[in-house]
Design a protein around this ligand. Sequence first.
Ligand code: ATP
Length: 294
Amino acid sequence: MLQLYMPLHFLGFVYREIKNALADMEKMFRLLDVNKEIADAPGAQPLKLEHAAVRFENVRFSYDPAREILHDVSFDIPSGHTVAVVGASGAGKSTLSRLLFRFYDVNAGVISIDGQDIRSVTQTSLRAAIGIVPQDTVLFNDTIYYNIAYGRPEATRDEVIAAAQSAHIHTFIESLPQGYDSMVGERGLKLSGGEKQRVAIARAILKNPAILIFDEATSALDSKSEKAIQDELRNIAQNRTTLVIAHRLSTVIDAHQILVMDKGRIVERGTHRNLLEIQGIYAQMWALQLQEEH
Ligand code: ATP
């Protein structure tokens, strides 16, 4: 009986492992929102990164031909600068980050990095240059170590720990009974929204990309976690070309430039101070937010 039980038990184990791996893959593809129409152009060359300067030039885009989402959007993110995008829900903010990562191609206009149209370079080189901290971080059903190391699988243990320290999640991990070997994800420890974003920040730190996209979580974190995440963002954005999709104005105060989007158009742009001075939409949003805080 035992002779039969052991192989069956083993098969059951293999089956569960494969099922988990498939579930992880499915989740990853959902996360990457893989669009099969996006392919490398014939003769595509690797991106030649020099300054990591990003440019959107007269970009138009629609998910569905009947409804244009971005209308003639142009802006620059000079090397090492942070540009933050604010605006009402549905204005098209996250769409900008999806286009920069080339989940979709623009319908008109050009997105370029260091003068190279992102449609003309290999997707692998483009995605290697960009780190994303998404709104909703997908955790794999694996250890927290694996989940951080995913940012750069060949990283050493010391590098993974250093990234966790910079993302201020190391102390939390060490406090878990199984430390870095704790299982997380649906079948493991559930992390809070703030902890998940810190894992994503640690992944991004480990990847050390020249360009960073930070899509702030829509759901409010408690104000202490929120402040901590904003501080960590400031740290990793330093000396990187950064696009921040902001849902709270407190995140954008220090940005080199703030873009205010409304219904797929940039309607105001400038620093926090400039925008308050012109007393337009941004100034109204700011006043409203202050009111809510009080
Ligand atoms: P929020 O602040 O709520 O995150 P946002 O400004 O980031 O909003 P986007 O996510 O860029 O807005 O969406 C812009 C518009 O595009 C919305 O009207 C949305 O319904 C639509 N949209 C977004 N993703 C898709 C998709 N995959 N297919 C079709 N329409 C989409």
